[in-house]
Write a protein that binds this ligand. Structure first.
Ligand code: BG6
Length: 315
């Protein structure tokens, strides 16, 4: 008998388990051989939890979160589609995060790198007759959520126009990162970029100076960003690395104290433990002609901060 590393004997076909949450909706647990995990709900296709191999939670979930459909719970990674933000007659951040998704039993293939050595689940969302009333476009939205051997979490969205006419959407992976204390956090990769400031009617401004730090409410869409961003948490001495593809923009959001107090589903002080940094397509919405497909992906990794500055090429 030869020696097998844990990865070699890990059976990726059984590396996910389906169970029911307390609302009766299915949720899927992904695990890797090192003990990292991710939990995904069919409600919203939302990643609810992502843990490293030490079992530490990496995503923020509010203690006041409401786990009851039809609204997305406050935390994890809600999907904003077919719009990011609040314009026109569609609900804020679109309906995808509030809908019941299905497991996609027969997804069109993805490149081998998106499957090999990964635990993953494929989900699908198609519009209901009710969705078609407020957004009259037939689409198939397929999403793969994968947990790799190194603990990296990736989300790959493929949205196809199965309509007779073109349609346009904006998009974000609204990623709630769990941080030690917002005053200890620095975001690198956004220096000198232009951004739209949601706190002043999406006025276009330019980021000055060094890495972004936080002393007040921030609600911005950074434009044409590099494909890797680092969120450095000095308190926990760890760094989130966000790599993205097909998503030119990055949303950065922290509600700070006043807004948190006004929100029902977040504790008054909890803004200190969270930061949203989202791969997004906002400034230039995506248009799909009939039969066309768009793909947008993020890969999230958490590494010790010392490792990051020495080894990671953020470009
Ligand atoms: C941010 C928006 O991305 O999401 C904010 O820019 C908004 O304006 C926040 O408040 C949370 O949105 P929601 O709908 O989940 O409360």
């Amino acid at each position: 008998m030869g020696h097998h590393s844990p990865a070699a004997v890990w059976d990726y076909r059984i590396a996910h388990e389906v169970s029911k949450d307390w609302n009766g909706n299915s949720q899927i647990m992904l695990r890797n051989p090192q003990g990292a995990s991710a939990r995904v709900s069919l409600h919203g296709g939302q990643v609810m939890s992502w843990k490293n191999e030490q079992g530490e939670e990496l995503l923020f979930t509010s203690t006041k979160a409401i786990f009851k459909p039809p609204k997305a719970m406050r935390g994890g990674i809600p999907i904003c589609f077919p719009q990011f933000g609040n314009c026109g007659h569609l609900e804020q951040h679109g309906f995808a995060r509030n809908k019941l998704w299905s497991i996609d039993e027969n997804p069109p293939p993805l490149p081998p790198n998106d499957s090999n050595g990964k635990s993953f689940i494929d989900l699908i969302l198609k519009p209901s007759p009710e969705d078609l009333k407020c957004w009259p476009h037939s689409f198939e939205y397929r999403m793969r959520i994968a947990l790799a051997n190194d603990g990296c979490l990736s989300l790959i969205s493929r949205i196809r126009n199965v309509n007779g006419k073109p349609f346009t959407f904006s998009f974000a992976y609204h990623t709630y990162m769990s941080v030690s204390d917002i005053s200890e956090v620095r975001v690198e990769g956004l220096e000198t970029l232009d951004f739209l400031d949601n706190l002043s009617q999406r006025e276009r401004c330019t980021e000055q100076g060094d890495a972004l730090t936080f002393e007040t409410e921030v609600d911005r869409v950074y434009l044409s960003c590099p494909n890797a961003i680092a969120v450095i948490d000095h308190g926990k001495k760890r760094t989130f690395v966000v790599r993205k593809e097909g998503l030119p923009d990055v949303v950065v959001w922290n509600p700070w104290d006043k807004k948190s107090k006004a929100m029902l589903d977040i504790g008054d002080e909890e803004y200190k433990q969270m930061l949203c940094v989202d791969g997004a397509a906002v400034e230039h919405p995506i248009t799909l002609k009939p039969g066309e497909e768009w793909m947008g992906r993020v890969e999230l990794m958490v590494v010790p901060s010392s490792f990051c500055s020495d080894h990671l090429d953020l470009q």
